[in-house]
Write a protein that binds this ligand. Structure first.
Ligand SMILES: NC(=O)C1=CN([C@@H]2O[C@H](COP(=O)(O)OP(=O)(O)OC[C@H]3O[C@@H](n4cnc5c(N)ncnc54)[C@H](OP(=O)(O)O)[C@@H]3O)[C@@H](O)[C@H]2O)C=CC1
Ligand SMILES: C[C@H](CCC(=O)O)[C@H]1CC[C@H]2[C@@H]3C(=O)C[C@@H]4C[C@H](O)CC[C@]4(C)[C@H]3CC[C@]12C
Length: 292
């Protein structure tokens, strides 16, 4: 026992030292003059990411459906110090939009350094009611359009040694009730982009893919959708947005926000899945959840 402890202590010390010294930090200069597309940037976390990129001096192209909101985001980005700011409005239900957005970036800047995939189609939080059309729509907007944007952007990203940031959720890593269609699209993102990352590494392509696994965040949409059914407090969208950019700029494989809560849940998921299921169910006020 004594021998085991004696050999374990230096080993644990070494691991801790390695972890401490390997902790990189984001320097705003890393994003200066970088050419970045942010999808779903008219509100919420996407809008906040655009503002962070702006004060760091990036070139920004934002997209979403609502033109009036995008115009305001662009104006604000320019005031904050963006190298340039533009928008393309349209719905990712339209299969041609992904390519149009990427083409606009090429036309504006001649290249691309970072692709931030963040948009989602409005979703509900309720018992699954058999609405297969809703699943189809969410797969189109939350998943297939991410794939389409990636395909269009890859040649430019290969040229620049750029990065792809995929905004996902704890609902794309473990079982959360009342979001079945949405959860399916987020699990699909993990499968697709984790496999693609492997291929890029095998082919020695210098494009990083960061999967961002987020917990509950205080966006207006989240407040409206889950305020009355989920009793754990949400984390701030501004900080969340900065962590996502940091994770992408540092070319992390995965990013967790809120770090401790998400990491703990993932550890429990692999060792005691039934316990995680029941702990997650207990975070919901089920009597407030709609049935249809
Ligand atoms: N908030 C949370 O608690 C959590 C969020 N996440 C993830 O974070 C990301 C951002 O979420 P959040 O900021 O809360 O979401 P919001 O609802 O605030 O923003 C969604 C964005 O997507 C755009 N959008 C909606 N439909 C379409 C469409 N058909 N085509 C193109 N754009 C569209 C919206 O703009 P417009 O309506 O103008 O088109 C908006 O800009 C998402 O990927 C989400 O899954 C993950 C875990 C938790
Ligand atoms: C509250 C959940 C987090 C539970 C945990 O233990 O980590 C959230 C995980 C998934 C979230 C939903 C989601 O990502 C889809 C929608 C996104 C919208 O912008 C806000 C509403 C959502 C239904 C959102 C609500 C919180 C979660 C269920």
């Amino acid at each position: 026992m004594g021998l085991l402890l004696k050999s374990l202590v230096p080993f644990v010390g070494l691991i801790l030292a390695l972890w401490f010294y390997s902790k990189d930090d984001l320097k705003p200069e890393m994003l200066k003059e970088k050419r970045v597309i942010v999808t779903g940037a008219s509100t919420g976390i996407g809008e906040q990411m655009a503002y962070h990129l702006a004060w760091m001096g990036a070139h920004i192209l934002v997209t979403a459906r609502t033109e009036a909101k995008l115009q305001k985001v662009v104006t604000q980005c320019l005031e904050l110090g963006a190298a340039s700011a533009h928008y393309v409005n349209g719905s990712m239900e339209d299969p041609t939009l992904a390519d149009d957005v990427v083409k606009r970036a090429k036309q504006l800047w001649g290249g691309l350094d970072m692709l931030i995939l963040n948009h989602i189609s409005p979703t509900y939080l309720k018992y699954f009611d058999g609405d297969v059309e809703h699943i189809r729509k969410l797969l189109e907007v939350n998943f297939l359009s991410y794939v389409a944007m990636t395909l269009s952007a890859l040649p430019m990203l290969k040229e620049s040694g750029g990065s792809i940031l995929v905004v996902s959720s704890t609902a794309g890593k473990f079982a959360i009730p009342f979001v079945a269609p949405y959860s399916a699209t987020k699990f699909a993102l993990d499968g697709f982009f984790s496999s693609l990352r492997q291929e890029l590494i095998i082919e020695k392509v210098n494009v990083s893919i960061t999967l961002c696994v987020l917990g509950h965040i205080d966006t207006e949409t989240a407040k409206k959708t889950v305020g009355h059914v989920f009793w754990l407090p949400p984390a701030p969208k501004e900080e969340c947005a900065l962590e996502i950019i940091k994770g992408g700029a540092l070319r992390k494989r995965e990013l967790y926000y809120q770090y401790f809560a998400v990491r703990t849940s993932l550890l429990i998921r692999d060792w005691a899945p039934e316990y995680l299921d029941s702990r997650t169910r207990n975070h919901f006020i089920v009597e407030n959840v709609k049935r249809s």
